[in-house]
Design a protein around this ligand. Structure first.
Ligand SMILES: Nc1ncnc2c1ncn2[C@@H]1O[C@H](COP(=O)(O)OP(=O)(O)OP(=O)(O)O)[C@@H](O)[C@H]1O
Length: 470
């Protein structure tokens, strides 16, 4: 069977490059095109058409929606993922009606794109293609803020002992890099480092992803699949977004951690493994335990040692160092000339709040490497790259939230974070569903969520009429 092939159509060289690299690393054949016309010409001439196509929306010449339409006329069953900037989402909601398979809002996380491709092309990818089994050398964890120095010391100490570690911190703060560093510095370094993002994989596939399955274990399981635990034997298993793990699987994971052995899904043979688990979460797991969403005994098992990564806004002194690093890295990988930041530009970067933390900074630097016209990056370039993401009304909203939080703390409300998240999700979902007349796929696209995530958030009994009282 030939390996599945993926095509990327995007006018932005940086996006083509990073997406193609990530998908190739994951084991797929990838071809990339800079515009719709050349992609369509290649499609018509191709002996082996793609099995999946990613397209940008806004491109010079025919846009991605025109391309989508033309492709659908030729091959209606071709899955097409439409990628678009956050600000274009409203105009892109129609993409689903036009037959798009999925929607990826830019800037996106490469892991999400790879997971999405894995969903479309099937979970039993060729075994050699495990996206996370990358070489773990040369991934520098940079920083000289006191909290980071303390963290490096802790990593050095902890790497030697096979203790479970829980890494906490907001999204994009570098939790996975910490896990990789723990592995790299450990006696397990010559064995695999395997990562699994619990939140990126649909709940129904998670069990077989973790523990593997035998051929015929369920519909669609044609071949035996070796799970991540087995892949990581002798090495380190990194479980990202552990807080999102479904309850039944938490129970199973706990048992495996206690006993070091398990059955594959549909299997009778007991599999023994020696795996060091590093788990990560951006959530408050104690609060999830208190509200019954996370098992206390599993938390204790994972949380033998805890490492906390501060958000980037709490270590602003590291911003210039990180920015220079990402800019140089992007230039090398783009084959472009190195650029430098003006003082003002660095000040602007240092003043930003970075809700997406280091990942957001990395994305902005890639954008600057690819787009800023001169060799010196000025403040205005940074303004443009940061976009107009902080309209003034957001401030009012945050103010209201702060008032609410103060009042709730005053009342002694114990589960503030969960309540807030739930209300936030509910408001966003209701507004989006209201706008799309209840069509979930489009509502998901409007919110920049995957359809699966939306369905999970809606859950049973969560489908409410738009204007129900609270
Ligand atoms: N201190 C650092 N030095 C260099 N690069 C970093 C650092 N911290 C994070 N990065 C880079 O930022 C990006 C995000 O890091 P990472 O994936 O480890 O974050 P995360 O906390 O695991 O995110 P999430 O919770 O969303 O999974 C990666 O590309 C990583 O290489």
């Amino acid at each position: 069977m030939p390996e599945p092939s993926i095509w990327i159509v995007d006018d932005e060289a940086a996006i083509r490059f990073v997406l193609a690299t990530a998908l190739r690393d994951a084991g797929w054949r990838v071809d990339a095109f800079a515009d719709a016309t050349s992609a369509l010409a290649a499609f018509d001439a191709a002996a082996n058409p793609p099995d999946l196509l990613f397209t940008d929306v806004r491109m010079p010449g025919d846009d991605g929606l025109v391309l989508l339409d033309r492709l659908k006329q030729r091959r209606p069953e071709l899955p097409v993922v439409v990628m678009s900037a956050y600000t274009d989402i409203a105009s892109t909601a129609g993409a689903f009606r036009a037959g798009a398979h999925e929607f990826l809002s830019k800037p996106f996380d490469l892991d999400d794109a790879v997971a999405l491709a894995a969903r479309v092309l099937g979970p039993s990818m060729p075994p050699a293609s495990t996206p996370d089994e990358l070489p773990v050398t040369g991934e520098a964890l940079l920083g000289h803020a006191p909290a980071m120095r303390e963290l490096f010391r802790a990593i050095g100490r902890l790497a030697q002992a096979p203790l479970s570690v829980l890494v906490t911190g907001e999204t994009g703060t570098g939790k996975e890099l910490v896990a990789r560093a723990l592995h790299r510095e450990s006696p397990r370094a010559h064995r695999p480092f395997v990562a699994l993002n619990t939140a990126a994989i649909p709940a129904e596939l998670l069990e077989s992803e973790l523990f593997g399955h035998e051929a015929g274990a369920f519909t669609g399981a044609q071949r035996r699949h070796v799970g991540r635990f087995e892949q990581a034997d002798g090495g380190t298993l990194f479980l990202d977004e552990i807080g999102d793990m479904p309850a039944a699987l938490q129970t199973r994971l706990l048992r495996v951690l206690q006993q070091g052995e398990f059955f594959r899904v549909g299997g009778r043979e007991l599999v023994r493994v020696d795996v060091r688990v590093v788990a990560a979460t951006h959530q408050d797991l104690e609060a999830r335990v208190a509200s019954g969403q996370f098992r206390a005994d599993l938390l204790h098992r994972l949380d033998v040692v805890r490492l906390r990564l501060p958000p980037l806004r709490e270590r602003r002194e590291d911003i210039p160092l990180l920015a220079a690093h990402f800019l140089a890295q992007a230039a090398t990988r783009l084959g472009a000339r190195a650029k430098r930041f003006d003082r003002d530009a660095l000040d602007r970067l240092a003043a930003h709040d970075w809700p997406g933390n280091v990942r957001e900074l990395e994305n902005v630097c890639w954008r600057l490497a690819a787009l800023a016209p001169g060799e010196r990056i000025a403040r205005a370039d940074v303004d443009a790259a940061l976009g107009t993401v902080e309209p003034t009304r957001v401030v009012d909203w945050e103010q209201a939230l702060a008032d609410w939080a103060r009042a709730a703390l005053e009342r002694g409300d114990a589960q503030l974070h969960d309540t807030a998240r739930e209300r936030l999700d509910r408001v966003l979902l209701d507004v989006a569903l209201e706008r799309t007349g209840g069509r979930r796929g489009e509502a998901a696209a409007l919110l920049g969520l995957g359809r699966n995530t939306l369905t999970r958030k809606l859950g049973p009994g969560r489908v409410r009429r738009p204007r129900d009282a609270n």
